[in-house]
Write a protein that binds this ligand. Structure first.
Ligand SMILES: [Mn+2]
Length: 298
């Protein structure tokens, strides 16, 4: 398959850059992943897997790509030489911002979680009162990690510097400094533990609490390790006790009904060739989420 084949192998008419409401931006940035390597292979693996997805969706009873007037694929960003850390973040920001201004939904695919800093910054510049919703096993609020403030483990700390309105869901691994920061600053963190032990009520009632904590315009960043490793095993830092597929789809559908999801990114997939179902699952996650967003647009 050609490296630049469009995502979901759409016909030319449906991946036109001018008419498509959605632009997919492959951002294979990997500067600091701590446990294992390979997040830079994420976008290509998702692109390959996406060609095998059924374009018809029985839940929405439509071919999702039609809802957004098409899904365009941007050329993959290149992080050669010294394009690391702040420079990598800037490259992503510069690529995302013009498309945000055009009113497009940019889907940035990582790469490690650092990619979200640039994408969220572009959205925060365009949308006032933007809430950033993070689905993740980790809070990523370390001021720096291994001496690097642009580590994936510090992604939300950098976003928080620009935007105090962050909401975290699914957290089940963090250091004591992160826990103390969350308490001191009153950051809205929905721990996995508290979702499961009924603090927000039973079943899906936590959905309501999370959505109520968000403003109208939401930028969504999804770390693949939010999911249980049985759903997406191919991640840099797997954590047991994650979220299932169906419950996550119910949450995302409700979120898209109630809030304006302006753009999103999916990060930290670290493809394992013998476990290609993880790549396929990420491709389907992106496609379903595009459907949930655009079925609610007028
Ligand atoms: Mn994570």
């Amino acid at each position: 398959m050609s490296a630049e084949q469009p995502f979901f192998a759409l016909d030319d008419d449906w991946c036109d850059h001018d008419s498509s409401g959605v632009h997919i931006l492959p951002a294979p940035y990997e500067g600091s992943t701590s446990y294992g390597k390979g997040t830079s292979n994420g976008p290509a693996a998702v692109r390959n897997a996406s060609a095998y997805l059924e374009l018809y969706d029985e839940e929405l009873d439509t071919e999702i790509f039609r809802l957004s007037g098409g899904i365009a694929t941007q050329p993959s960003l290149r992080f050669d030489g010294d394009l690391k850390d702040e420079k990598a973040v800037s490259l992503i920001y510069e690529a995302v911002l013009p498309r945000v201004k055009q009113g497009r939904t940019v889907v940035t695919i990582g790469g490690e979680h650092t990619i979200s800093i640039g994408a969220a910054r572009a959205y925060a510049e365009h949308f006032q009162d933007l809430s950033v919703l993070q689905l993740d096993a980790h809070s990523d609020l370390r001021q720096s990690y291994e001496g690097n403030p642009f580590s994936h483990a510090s992604a939300m700390a950098r976003i928080y510097e620009h935007n105090r309105d962050i909401v975290q869901v699914g957290i089940r691994s963090q250091c004591i400094e992160e826990s103390e920061l969350i308490k001191k600053e009153g950051i809205k963190t929905f721990y996995s533990l508290h979702i499961r032990n009924g603090r927000y009520g039973h079943g899906d009632s936590w959905h309501e609490e999370v959505i109520a904590s968000l403003g109208k315009n939401v930028y969504l960043t999804i770390d693949c390790d939010f999911f249980d490793p049985s759903v997406i095993p191919a991640v840099g830092t797997p954590e047991p006790g994650g979220f299932g597929w169906d419950e996550t789809m119910r949450f995302l559908r409700k979120l898209a009904e109630r809030r304006n999801i302006t753009g999103f990114d999916v990060n930290e997939l670290q493809p394992i060739p013998s476990l290609s179902y993880a790549d396929f699952t990420v491709a389907k996650l992106i496609y379903k989420l595009i459907g949930y967003i655009y079925i609610n647009k007028d």
